[in-house]
Design a binder for this molecule. Structure first.
Ligand SMILES: Cc1cc2nc3c(=O)[nH]c(=O)nc-3n(C[C@H](O)[C@H](O)[C@H](O)COP(=O)(O)OP(=O)(O)OC[C@H]3O[C@@H](n4cnc5c(N)ncnc54)[C@H](O)[C@@H]3O)c2cc1C
Length: 369
């Protein structure tokens, strides 16, 4: 197997030649006008062998290790391009399929996912279930060889352009909240699915509400055990947080650019102090990320919290340094408007603090209502 160092050198050389084809660095979700470019970029990455780096080769991956994958992410961030397109497919769905999928399910979905021929969305949150995800009410009733799905999901990133989705639905209505949930993969083209765009404060409509009315899903689309989808979902969310944590390298790039802003102008002492504080925080997170390694664990909550809070502070400072015009329009304004989303996506900052307190520090659990 190629060593991580040699792999990384090859990745850096490839990016130096091809990086100009990548879409610009975008925030938590890809804006609709960059989707085609994102898919085209992913196909180029895939053709060069930089997609599914640590997946088994029989599923279209390269059969290397998670450390090779981390090296690719680092080089992509250095080059200022996305390491992949469709994180929900590549990280969340593939993670669930590799850990819980049958051989048939893996064969049916992984090769088309790694090549970006099949894009995925995440259908977890509901109007009454976000942080408290286990109170979700969308139901999937088993009827012979199919489930019948009814309910509503919300904040579904990329729902409109995704061909498939990962869905959490209640399959046992008698069981305790966490115990009656199942994890399904669902064809977004199924009759009875209605996808409606939601406009957010950036002016873009990157999210969708998704309504299900008597949608038939083959029973073979169940991923993991019936009524025990909660465990599958938790492992998926841990991967999501771990993935967000790797954004530290992308953040370094942004900090470098910020430090460069300071080169060209006179900063007042307070601005200088805020900039220096952010740059040192970035370096501390980089050290933490190196110590933690490439695997996704509960400690990913530390990185998720640290990075999303830091991205928020960075966007605010960037706007402040750019001056009054930054609040009107342009990349600084959209950066500020998009920044709060990072503190919510993949589990809010408050929820990360609860996880860190209870699971890492062993503090008493907060009272449950
Ligand atoms: C950019 C972005 C992309 C997203 N993409 C998707 C997607 O593709 N698919 C999907 O299913 N969902 C997606 N979401 C939804 C996201 O997972 C939820 O918004 C998130 O889990 C919070 O749920 P909520 O919005 O219902 O807020 P709530 O859970 O109602 O929380 C409201 C506030 O109360 C606080 N709070 C709640 N519970 C506690 C507690 N126990 N202790 C302390 N504070 C608490 C929260 O921190 C928050 O500040 C996305 C969100 C964003 C911002």
């Amino acid at each position: 197997m190629i060593s991580v160092d040699d792999f990384q050198l090859g990745a850096a050389a490839w990016l130096a030649e091809h990086g100009r084809h990548g879409p610009p660095d975008y925030g938590a979700i890809c804006p609709p006008d960059l989707v085609d470019r994102g898919v085209e970029w992913h196909r180029r990455i895939h053709a060069a062998g930089y997609a599914g780096i640590h997946w088994p080769s029989r599923h279209g991956g390269r059969g290397l290790t998670i450390d090779h994958n981390a090296a690719w992410q680092l080089e992509a961030a250095r080059a200022g391009v996305p390491a992949a397109f469709n994180m929900v497919g590549l990280v969340l769905t593939a993670g669930a399929l590799l850990s819980y999928g049958t051989e048939e399910q893996q064969h049916a979905h992984l090769p088309s996912t790694v090549s970006a021929d099949r894009l995925w969305c995440q259908l977890f949150s509901e109007p009454g279930a976000g942080s408290d995800l286990a109170s979700l009410a969308t139901r999937a009733d088993l009827d012979g060889d199919r489930f019948v799905v009814n309910g509503q999901k919300v904040w579904c990133s990329g729902g409109r352009y995704s061909q498939w989705g990962i869905l959490l639905a209640r399959t046992d209505h008698e069981a305790r909240t966490h115990d009656g949930i199942s994890f399904l993969v669902i064809d977004m083209g199924s009759p009875g699915i209605d996808v409606r765009p939601l406009r957010q404060m950036t002016g873009e409509a990157e999210f969708d509400e998704v309504f299900f009315t008597d949608v038939e899903v083959p029973a073979t689309n169940l991923l993991g055990p019936l009524h025990a989808g909660w465990g599958v979902a938790m492992s998926v969310l841990t991967s999501e947080r771990g993935h967000i944590g790797t954004a530290v390298v992308g953040l370094e790039r942004r900090l470098e650019r910020m430090a460069a802003i300071a080169d060209g102008r006179e900063l007042d002492p307070i601005e200088r102090q805020r900039l220096a504080e952010l740059i040192s925080r970035g370096q501390a997170y980089r050290a933490l990320a190196r110590r933690q390694g490439s695997g996704a664990t509960t400690a990913g909550s530390l990185m998720k919290l640290g990075i999303s809070e830091m991205s928020f502070d960075t966007a605010i400072l960037r706007g402040a340094l750019a001056g009054p015009a930054a609040v009107l329009d342009g990349p600084d304004a959209s950066g500020m408007l998009a920044a709060p989303g990072g503190r919510i996506a993949g589990g809010t900052s408050q929820v990360q603090r609860n996880l860190i307190g209870e699971r890492l520090l062993g503090l008493p659990r907060e009272p449950r209502a």
